[in-house]
Design a protein around this ligand. Structure first.
Ligand code: PYC
Length: 315
């Protein structure tokens, strides 16, 4: 029986399942190339690891591979219930704590190779990690999308390692709390579909596959709260590392957050990431996102050839 070894963690409530052994051989070369091999040839493995009955819609998988870029402690390919991801902020915090749990790193600064570039992180001990994300930027300000049954919705399009459409929740009559979870899911899904129908994209026609609704924080110690809809129509329990990076890019573009100042981003369940940025020569910002992850399980996944659902339940 095939066996896959994983370590589970959660970052601000959002789970990450790191595949540490037993994953498919993706060959060598840049991580972007290997992600395509993973996407094209090993979709059954992806689904088996994160989907029910072993996982759920909300689990993000992270497969550890040999890095291609020099100086990286590991390479990682992120995936979820419907496909592969470019970058994943909460996942990177989870990977860092997992590497520490495995005894592969101690306190200090490291680099991770990902399909969208090299990402730096600092393991600060215990649960705490700061990640230096890929350069982020606002691609479009005040973009209006016509959402059936809702009307025109205006927001920003920004890159933070994934593509985001960010729009204020109060303007949609929505409150960012879990009592409103059904409404938040319905409205953000409608916006996501309308973006596709209206052919509103990120740079180079890239699909905007995350919708970020934002509003006032529940805790006055924080600056804002968000609800982030991920590509598989599950919402991020964490404040979303790439989503917080996209938010910082918009704040920087609007002159609302200065280089080096701290932004405390709260998630819809109340977990918090701290974000700061420095400006790169390109004019983009380089976000640093700090959060906490906790290991929840060390497990061996079993794949019985006789199990009709050994590759998970695919949507
Ligand atoms: O933290 O960047 C993130 C993320 C993306 C999807 C789920 N979490």
């Amino acid at each position: 029986m095939k066996k896959v070894h994983v370590i589970d963690s959660h970052t601000g409530g959002e789970p990450t399942r790191v595949v540490i052994a037993g994953g498919p051989d993706l060959g060598g070369g840049p991580l972007a190339t290997r992600r395509e091999v993973f996407r094209e040839r090993f979709d059954g493995f992806r689904s088996a690891v994160v989907n029910e009955p072993r996982g759920s819609d909300v689990v993000v998988g992270a497969m550890l591979v040999e890095p291609h870029e020099p100086g990286c402690v590991a390479g990682v390919i992120y995936f979820n219930n419907v496909g592969v991801l470019g970058m994943c902020g909460h996942g990177t915090i989870g990977v860092a704590v997992t590497l520490a749990h495995m005894g592969k790193i101690g306190r200090g600064s490291y680099k991770l190779d990902t399909p969208v570039g090299v990402v730096g992180f600092e393991y600060r001990g215990g649960a705490r990690v700061s990640i230096q994300n890929v350069p982020s930027y606002r691609h479009g300000a005040g973009v209006t999308v016509d959402v059936p049954d809702v009307g025109p919705v205006t927001g920003d399009v920004a890159w933070g390692g994934n593509w985001f459409f960010l729009t204020p929740a109060p303007a949609l009559g929505l409150t960012l709390d879990l009592r409103s979870a059904d409404d938040l899911l319905r409205r953000s899904t409608q916006i996501s579909r309308a973006l596709k129908a209206g052919k509103i994209t990120g740079a180079g026609g890239s699909e905007i596959d995350h919708v970020e609704l934002y509003g006032p924080p529940a805790d006055p110690a924080n600056h804002a709260r968000n609800y982030v809809l991920c590509p598989g129509m599950a919402y991020d329990r964490s404040p979303c590392g790439t989503g917080t990076s996209a938010k910082l890019a918009c704040l920087a573009a609007d002159g609302k957050l200065a280089e080096g100042d701290t932004w405390r981003q709260e998630s819809v369940i109340g977990s918090v990431f701290e974000g700061t940025y420095r400006r790169a020569d390109s004019g983009r910002i380089v976000p640093t996102i700090t959060g906490e992850a906790y290991v929840t399980a060390e497990a061996t996944l079993l794949f019985d050839p006789a199990d009709p659902f050994r590759e998970g339940i695919r949507s």
